[in-house]
Ligand binder design. Structure first.
Ligand code: DOR
Ligand code: ZN
Length: 426
């Protein structure tokens, strides 16, 4: 199979690329780059006016299989991811059963290899059943294909278990991803704590519930000398704590999601459950602090936290509705619109945040767009403007607070291992 991408604007800071070039793909690899390539290919992508990125990589999503296929499954989730420009995604273990052992990890990896439209890297749980009490068998999970461990969806409440998780995971080279939420403060909350939560009569989740645990986990990282990765940061304080920690030379990493730099708690007005997510959408000052932390390198990557839910789990009273946003199909356009088009970061930086850094974090760098690299490629039209409609999502989860918002940047083609996995024109 030969694919020739003609005259696209390639952006790949890992190879110092920011120029118009042709890219020839043969048998899954980038064979040649340069202008005026004239090889006879099976498929020619006329990419004039389009941008070409190393394939986007999502280090945090939920595919719901096994056990909650009514929300999403590996086939539908990876199809949605491919539409979002992702060539590889790492899925969280809060499935049913929880991915806390080698059998479930293997099941996910095998199923994805069979029917996936993207590469899928399973994340195993930190504790058995993600119950927070007994460490899972990390070595077996690693052998089965796990790339990291996390109890995402829940915090590891015991500092002692978290410390042991860091120490144990190090033996297997598995990064620990921490969902930070101090439950005595956050319990029963369903929206950011503040004027809005009071006026809506809902129990709030204070920013400090997140920050206390961020502080605890970076202190544990410092004490043990073992890096921790903080999931989905959403507040001024989390950004500040992580910035200070990094400035002191302590190794930690963190991520945020498009909704935390694009939207605020105001989206919840009118009891819009599609804006209910954990951690909750915050105040505008938090949103701006997240953007500042993206700009200054405090935040290492943008992840989707794609969390599809069935409409019956969203069309209910706000406090009972499920937490989560279906994120694959708006991630690139939200990042482009709110970060790049608005002049806050460069296109190169966006590629680092959504492709290079998450790939490196997962130990899965492919070499970007250089000759010889694995052909995982995303082709986008940054000038295309669309009004989001969750009902048009490929994902089973139509739950998005971006419905009705105008975003720029459409994924045109996604290529994984040299094969087309998404083509917008079809
Ligand atoms: O909003 C969220 N949804 N936050 C989480 O931590 C878990 C996720 C889910 O699994 O639905
Ligand atoms: Zn998550």
């Amino acid at each position: 199979m030969k694919i020739l991408i003609k005259s696209g604007h390639a952006v790949d800071p890992s190879n110092g690329l920011n120029e118009i070039t042709d890219i020839l793909i043969i048998n899954g690899k980038i064979k040649e780059t340069g202008s005026g390539l004239t090889v006879k290919a099976d498929m020619v992508i006329e990419a004039e006016g389009l941008h070409v990125f190393p394939g986007l990589v999502d280090a945090h999503c939920h595919l719901r299989e096994p056990g909650q296929e009514y929300k999403e499954d590996i086939a539908s989730g990876t199809k949605a991811a491919a539409k979002g420009g992702f060539t590889a995604i790492a899925c969280m273990p809060n499935t049913n059963p929880v991915a806390d052992n080698d059998a479930v990890i293997k099941f996910i990896a095998n199923k994805a290899a069979e029917c996936g439209s993207t590469k899928v890297y399973p994340i195993g749980s930190i504790t058995k059943g993600s119950n927070g009490s007994q460490l899972a068998e990390m070595g077996f999970m690693k052998e089965a294909g796990a790339v990291a461990v996390s109890d995402d969806g829940k915090p590891v409440e015991s500092a002692d278990i978290m410390r042991k998780a860091l120490e144990y995971s190090k033996d297997f080279g598995l990064p620990v991803i921490s969902h930070c939420e101090e439950m005595s403060l956050a319990e029963d909350g369903s929206i950011n704590e503040g004027f809005l939560s009071t006026s809506m009569g809902l129990k709030g989740i204070p920013t400090v519930a997140e920050e206390i645990q961020v502080a605890r986990d970076v202190l544990l990282a410092e004490y043990t000398g073992i890096s921790v990765h903080i999931a989905h940061i959403s507040t001024v304080g989390s950004a500040r704590i992580i910035r200070d920690t990094k400035n002191r030379g302590v190794k930690v990493t963190c991520e945020t999601c498009p909704h935390y730099f694009s939207l605020t708690e105001a989206e919840c007005e009118g009891f819009n459950t599609n804006a209910k997510v954990n951690p909750p959408l915050r105040a505008d000052s938090d949103r701006l602090a997240i953007i500042a932390a993206i700009k200054d390198g405090t935040i290492d990557m943008i992840v989707t936290d794609h969390a599809p839910h069935h409409r019956d789990e969203k069309n209910i009273e706000f406090q009972y509705a499920a937490n989560g946003i279906s994120g694959f199909e708006t991630a690139l356009s939200a990042a482009y619109t709110y970060l790049v088009k608005s002049g806050r970061i460069s296109l190169e930086k966006m590629v680092e945040l959504m492709s290079l850094n998450p790939a490196a974090f997962l130990g899965k760098s492919t070499g970007g767009l250089k000759v010889g690299a694995c052909a995982d490629i995303t082709v986008v039209n940054l000038n295309d403007e669309n009004t989001v409609n969750g009902e048009e999502f490929v994902s089973k989860g139509k739950n998005t607070p971006f419905t009705g918002k105008k975003l720029s940047g459409s994924v045109m083609y996604t290529i994984v291992n040299g094969k087309l996995t998404y083509n917008r024109s079809l």
